[in-house]
Design a protein around this ligand. Structure first.
Ligand SMILES: C[S@@+](CC[C@H](N)C(=O)[O-])C[C@H]1O[C@@H](n2cnc3c(N)ncnc32)[C@H](O)[C@@H]1O
Length: 276
């Protein structure tokens, strides 16, 4: 079943990290950042450890607050966040011209929200590539729950060293994952420009939305205090509040970046392999 309850949230903090190791992991993760004394070279050299720690720590918060797909989407005024996310996934499947029986790779697949939707929508067989063990185990559990194990699978590997031979897949997509690559990625088109509602609206604490209550100011206040109490009672690992805190900071920074037009998560690019 979907892990959307408070206890699911706090019991999932840390992913595959031992509960007593959560706080040291938070401290190590924070230290990678310049504002906590880290430097860019160290971050690049240790990108795999940094990104894995991050997703071990935040995955249950993402699932609790956002759902099974961990990405933004262009959104119409009458649309809910969930609907806009699904529509964006259908858009990607249509852009790739996916057909029943094709083999598709989702690079940096999270817990598989997009790949399940795209497999169902297109009939294609989708493999999710992910370097995070906890997300893969959660993705496998959700595939089983949704009864979709026959059309999706996962491979644990670093997308900087893909373990596939040439021509394994008919199409490949990546949603908000290659931003974690230590090398620069060239992008083509910002879908956020034409979105009637700004992509960062669900994260804006000044915007109230009953359908997206958990990420509003009141929702965050409730989550913050709930995590505090559950950590105090020992039901959530020590460090859980710190994870909630850096996610709130990230949400505020994303909203500010979106407002100033200096950041977008909505860059879309489509590539075709040259015919040899
Ligand atoms: C923001 S999440 C997006 C997940 C998914 N595309 C979605 O939209 O639900 C980024 C994902 O990229 C994965 N990732 C980051 N760096 C990776 C790497 N070097 N190799 C494989 N996966 C990676 C993370 O583990 C995470 O699942």
């Amino acid at each position: 079943m979907s892990k959307s309850g408070a206890l699911d949230l706090v019991s999932g903090v840390g992913g595959r990290i031992e509960k007593k190791e959560v706080l040291p992991a938070v401290q190590k993760y924070e230290k990678y950042h310049v504002c906590h004394g880290g430097n860019e070279e160290e971050m690049k050299a240790n990108y795999s450890d940094m990104v894995n720690k991050y997703y071990d720590l935040v995955t249950s918060f993402y699932e609790y607050g956002w759902g099974e797909s961990f990405h933004f989407a262009p959104r119409w005024k009458e649309e809910s966040l969930r609907e806009s996310i699904k529509r964006h996934e259908h858009f990607l499947a249509l852009q790739l011209g996916l057909k029943k029986g094709q083999k598709v790779l989702d690079v940096g697949c999270g817990i598989g929200g997009p790949l399940r939707e795209i497999a169902r929508f297109s009939g294609a067989f989708v493999t999710g590539l992910n370097n995070n063990e906890y997300q893969i185990s959660r993705g496998e559990e959700l595939n089983r729950i949704r009864g979709i194990n026959n059309s999706c699978t996962y491979v644990k590997a670093d997308f900087m060293r893909m373990p596939f031979s040439d021509n394994t897949f008919d199409a490949i997509f990546a949603i908000e994952a290659t931003c974690h690559a230590p090398n620069q990625v060239i992008c083509e088109n910002d879908l956020a420009v034409d979105s009637p509602l700004p992509w960062y609206l669900p994260l804006d604490k000044n915007h109230f939305s009953p359908s997206n209550f958990r990420v509003t100011a009141v929702g965050r206040f409730i989550t913050r205090n709930m995590v505090k109490v559950l950590e105090f009672l020992g039901l959530a690992p020590e460090g859980s509040q710190r994870v909630q805190h850096f996610l709130e900071n990230a949400a505020d920074a994303l909203v500010e970046g979106g407002r100033k037009g200096i950041f977008t998560p909505m860059y879309f690019f489509l590539a075709r392999k040259p015919i040899l």
